[in-house]
Design a protein around this ligand. Structure first.
Ligand code: SF4
Length: 481
């Protein structure tokens, strides 16, 4: 008879049956979560029912619900129904929750009710890491990624589409009115049931037209081009997968530990306006006077870079530059002209000075030119196709130049940026949240809460990898968070 490895009999009774605790290894993830949550002051962080109510039916302790969610996000289990099932069959969760089995409505409600507390918790965790000395606090990389909203792209209404719809409705109303005039003329003294029906249809069309106009006017007042029906706070954003309804998650990641030290979920899909708020908030979170900031060209913004420099935030950002395509791209590019701050003028390849000619305050652009020098210049065919050459300079060009100089001195800065800030998004979207990071809750506030939960799970996982579960548990026992 063939021999196989066999397990113990199901019917076998143990003299000393193992407890749940015996089944969980000493450095297991659930033990870390348990210690971490135990060490928190949930009341101060804004969790409801952190102090038991004197009256009414007892509820679940927020610490247990938080344990459940942290475990869930670390195991790619986000849905409340799946979490409910896991509580009933997963030994790790049985240990973590002392065999509590909350139903999915209670689980979902906890996430819905505490978006602000989750954000507070995230900041609190960064402070804990900072105070423990685990963050080098010398350089961060900033980047953004789009996280899909609940509402699908089919729910997007554009301002242009509303304008077209309004015009079409107006045309239909005019046609109806003309038709009614003719009918009135033909049946001047008769008011039949058909006539009433036509008038009611006309009223419906007018109501629809008014509704469309109101929506368009509201969008104009808010200065938005698109509206997402059912989730008005979501925005249509461009992403590598095409345009989608989403929120833009901005992160600042420590280049040494790869911990997310600050994050913000915003409705603006354009990264170029996020540099200053992100850099300043990171500086505050890290309590650091000077800090190096790495970001890609999408963050290039002269005014914001200038403000950052004034606060000792050293930007390493490649400037976004347009190429001079006139003359088939064969004419001198901007870098052939050298700016002299003392004279506030450019020296051109023919050694002439191009003084400031014009200033466009609204676009923050300065124009430098010397028409008389160009008129007799032998290099003109290589310089311009026009009557003279104009060099444009951004009002905050010096901030671009400082950044460019730093990148020249530190050529690996952009490689470090990529290696630091891009993989947390991959971990968040594919490993922790799954479904490419599509959110489960609607609205900006709740989206922020869900993203904060995922970021906290990422940071916990990252920290365990960085210092080890044992070291983290020792610290949690010694000095509560
Ligand atoms: S064309 Fe004008 S700007 Fe260009 S090299 Fe000659 S003088 Fe200088």
């Amino acid at each position: 008879m063939a021999r196989y490895i066999t397990g113990a009999s199901r019917e076998q009774l143990d003299l000393l049956p193992p407890s749940l605790d015996d089944l969980i290894p000493d450095d297991h993830l659930v033990r870390v979560i348990d210690l971490y949550v135990d060490s928190l002051d949930l009341d101060a962080l804004g969790f409801e029912r952190a102090r038991p109510a004197a009256t009414g039916r007892p509820g679940y302790h927020p610490a247990d619900m938080l344990r459940l969610y942290l475990y869930g996000y670390l195991q790619q289990i986000r849905s409340s129904r799946r979490l409910e099932r896991e509580c009933q069959r997963n030994i790790e969760l049985m240990w973590l929750l002392n065999r509590l089995t909350p139903d999915f409505k209670t689980i979902a409600e906890f996430r819905r009710k505490h978006p602000r507390a989750f954000r507070q918790l995230c900041r609190h965790f960064v402070r804990f890491c900072r105070d423990a000395g685990w963050l080098a606090r010398r350089e961060v990389a900033i980047d953004g990624s789009k996280f899909g909203a609940v509402a699908s792209k089919k729910r997007v209404v554009s301002r242009q589409a509303l304008v077209r719809e309004e015009q079409a409705l107006n045309a239909r109303i005019d046609a109806w009115l003309e038709g009614l005039d003719e009918t009135d003329h033909e049946e001047a003294h008769r008011d039949g049931p058909d006539d009433d029906q036509r008038r009611r249809s006309l009223e419906r069309l007018k109501a629809l037209r008014d509704q469309t106009r109101d929506s368009r006017e509201r969008m104009e007042r808010l200065g938005i081009q698109h509206h997402v029906t059912g989730e008005p706070e979501a925005r249509l954003m461009r992403s590598p997968q095409g345009s989608r309804t989403a929120y833009n998650l901005q992160t600042a990641v420590d280049t040494d530990t790869h911990l997310i030290v600050h994050h913000e979920t915003v409705q603006d899909g354009d990264d170029s306006r996020q540099l200053q708020p992100m850099a300043e908030a990171t500086q505050t979170a890290l309590e650091r006077g000077d800090l190096s900031i790495l970001a890609d060209a999408g963050y290039s913004n002269g005014e914001q870079q200038q403000r950052c420099e004034e606060r000792n935030l050293a930007c390493h950002i490649p400037p976004r530059r347009t190429v001079n395509n006139q003359g088939g791209g064969q004419l001198y590019q901007a870098d052939a002209f050298h700016y002299e701050p003392a004279r506030d003028a450019y020296r051109c390849p023919a050694d002439h000075w191009l003084p400031l000619k014009q200033r466009n305050a609204s676009q923050k652009v300065l124009y430098y030119a010397n028409p008389s020098a160009c008129a007799g210049c032998r290099l003109k065919p290589r310089c311009t196709a026009g009557r003279w050459r104009t060099v444009t300079r951004h009002q905050y060009e010096s901030a671009f130049e400082t950044s460019r100089q730093r990148l020249t001195e530190d050529p690996k800065a952009m490689t470090r940026r990529r290696a630091t800030v891009e993989h947390p998004f991959g971990t968040l979207k594919d490993t922790l949240m799954g479904n490419a990071g599509r959110l489960l809750v609607r609205g900006l506030d709740k989206a922020r809460g869900e993203i904060s939960l995922a970021v906290l799970a990422y940071n916990l996982k990252r920290l365990m990898r960085h210092i080890g579960a044992e070291a983290l548990m020792t610290r949690l026992r010694q000095a509560p968070v």
